[in-house]
Structure formats: C-alpha cells, structure tokens
Design a binder for this molecule. Structure first.
Ligand code: DAH
Length: 347
C-alpha cells in the first residue's frame, strides 16, 4: 500500500499551489471545498483509510492529517493576505505627487489693527492692561465722575446683568452698584490706577457693549483701545504728539489730526479727535471723528487715591472698527462679525 501513501505528497503540493494562488476570496473558498470540504479530496482519502490493512492505517492517517494541517495553515494565510489586499486602495499611492496644501488661517482684520496699535504704543513705552467685560457700575461710571443722574450716562445706560458668580459684591456708597457689560474700556483706567501707584503708561484693547441698533456704522458689540498716561507735568501737547505719532504709525505718513473741544466727565479739558487722510477725502469728507480724549479730571485722581496736586495725565479712547474701516475701505461694520471667509480672506 506504499503507492497509496506516495500519492499524498503530490496531491498536497497541487492543493497548496491552488490555495496559495487563489486570486480572490471566492476562488479560495472553492479551493477549500475541493480539497478540505466534506466532499473534498482529502476527506475522501480519510474515508478510504478503512479499506487499508490494519497495520498500515496509523501511518496513513498520520500522513493525511499532517497534510491537512498544512493545507489549513495555507488557507488561513491566504485568507489573511486576500483581506489585506482588499483593504488596500484600488489605485496605488504616487508618493512623487506634490503634497496637499493645508489652508492656513489668518488674523481677523480687527485683531490686525489692534496688534498694530499695540505695537506702535509699545515703541513709546506703553504696556497693555486688561479688565473684565462684566463690570460694576462704579468702575464703569461713578469712579469716572459720571454719577447715576449724569446725562452722559444716557447713551451708555445699557446691558445690566445679574452679578456674576463669585463676584465680590461692590459697595460703593455713591453708586447704585449694579453690574453691566462694560460700555467702554475707560473702566480699566480706574482698575489699573487702583492697583498701582503712578506713573502709569498703559493701553487697553478690548470689547465693549452698547444698546445700539446694528446698521452700517453701529453694532451692539465693538472694540476700543483705551490709553492712559499719568506722570508729573503731563500736557495736552504730549497727548497731541502721541496721538499723531500713533496714527502715522498705523495709517501712514499722509495722516492729519485735529482736536475739537468736547465734553467727557472724566477729562478736563476734553476733545474729540478728527482724522483726515486721502481716503477720507475720497469719501467726500474733510474730517472724520475717530476718538475721544482729554486731560484726566482731578476728581478721577481723587477717586483712585492719586494726589491731583502732584499727578497729571491724559486719556483717550479709540474705536477700533472705525480705524479698520478707514484703513481697509470697508463700508459696513457688520462685515466684521459675520465671519464670512470671502470677506476675511481679503486681509
Ligand atoms: N469712553 C469714551 C467713549 O466710549 C471714549 C473716551 C473719551 C475715552 C475720552 C477716554 C477719554 O479715555 O479721555 O466714547
């Protein structure tokens, strides 16, 4: 019966070749059926064992089982290889192709303008200060010499809110002590002066809130940059020179500045700053109002514990949107807040 055993090895080789070269899962399953399935060749061999002489059966059974084990292993290996093949992309990657460019974001035009203003002020020794957007009435108004019955409050009597969680409860005897979204960055003047002795040289970029209806030039949320300079012997000349320097830095050499008398309760005297450049002329205007400013009112110094006989100072507040609109020729303030990339991409 040696001839019968001799047939196993070539049969196994044929089966292995078929399994290893099965082009896809279906072909592999067919090959498995043909060789190892209930009606497969090796199953048939197993069944024939019974017809062998008793003494030959163990050796033949062992040989068949060894061959079957080898085929099972080949089947599993091929199955895994085919699965990996199926998971691969149909079209091979071409690593010589240029990379996919990842779109880089950019800074919002308002951020760019704020950064330019900050950079200009840093050149002349100003530091950036910060304060809370949810503010108490005392810092926003009373300490700035604007008591509750002051008419200057009317335009800013605005978004009152409940006290923020964990807020210290302010109890200023002269104030009604409510909380609100700050209407200007001037509140930070008070906070800074309360927290440090003079001299002071700060600018405060920040977001402010007013009950304005949105139109082409107004929005209930906008941005300001506040400035405060306190030292001995400070004059309006310092103020004017500084403002002119900064506007030339951020808007170009052909800028002109004009001070027009105005009223703010926290400065005395007070001015509005008018601005002119070729773009303003193109808009058919000579001047555009762009900021408020003045010499710090001695009452404000008294409120923060600075001696008004020793210390003098000036302060100003710019609207950032105004400057950005002038700089980029934007005619509607609302464009800044829509986050339309077609708009933002241009800056
Ligand atoms: N707080 C004023 C406003 O929001 C702007 C302003 C005017 C700020 C005069 C100042 C100042 O510091 O001195 O309209």
């Amino acid at each position: 019966m040696a001839g019968w055993l001799d047939e196993i090895e070539p049969l196994k080789q044929t089966a292995l070749a078929e399994l290893n070269s099965a082009p896809d899962a279906a072909a592999l399953e067919r090959a498995k059926g043909a060789w190892l399935g209930p009606h497969g060749r090796f199953t048939a061999l197993m069944k024939q064992l019974g017809s062998l002489p008793k003494e030959e059966r163990p050796a033949a059974g062992k040989a068949i089982n060894a061959a079957k084990a080898e085929l099972e292993a080949a089947l599993a290996a091929r199955r895994e290889a085919l699965e990996q093949l199926a998971a691969m992309p149909k079209h091979p990657t071409d690593f010589t192709l240029p990379g996919r460019r990842r779109a880089l974001g950019r800074l919002h035009p308002l951020t760019q303008v704020i950064e330019d203003i900050v950079r200009a002020f840093r050149k002349i020794g100003f530091a950036v200060a910060d304060g809370p957007e949810i503010e108490d009435e005392y810092h926003c108004f009373d300490a700035l010499n604007t008591p509750a019955d002051h008419p200057a409050r009317d335009t800013q009597d605005t978004f009152y809110v409940d006290a923020p969680p964990n807020a210290p409860h302010p109890r200023f005897p002269t104030s009604t002590n409510r909380w609100l979204l700050r209407t200007h960055t001037s509140s930070v003047q008070i906070r800074v002066m309360q927290s440090q002795p003079p001299p002071v040289r700060i600018i405060v970029p920040g977001r402010v809130f007013r009950r304005d209806n949105a139109d082409a030039t107004h929005n209930p949320t906008f941005h300001q940059v506040e400035g405060l300079y306190v030292d001995r012997g400070v004059t309006v000349g310092d103020l004017k020179g500084t403002v002119e320097f900064v506007f030339k830095e951020i808007m170009g050499r052909d800028v002109r500045i004009r001070f027009r008398p105005h009223y703010f309760s926290y400065t005395e005297p007070s001015y509005e700053i008018d601005f002119s450049n070729p773009l303003v002329k193109k808009m058919g205007r000579d001047w555009l109002e762009i900021a408020g400013c003045g010499m710090v009112n001695p009452v404000v110094f008294e409120n923060v514990g600075y001696d008004p006989e020793v210390w003098t100072g000036w302060a100003f507040g710019f609207g950032v949107e105004r400057i950005a609109m002038l700089r980029y020729g934007i005619n509607d303030i609302r464009l800044f807040y829509e986050n339309d990339v077609r708009f933002l991409r241009q800056f």
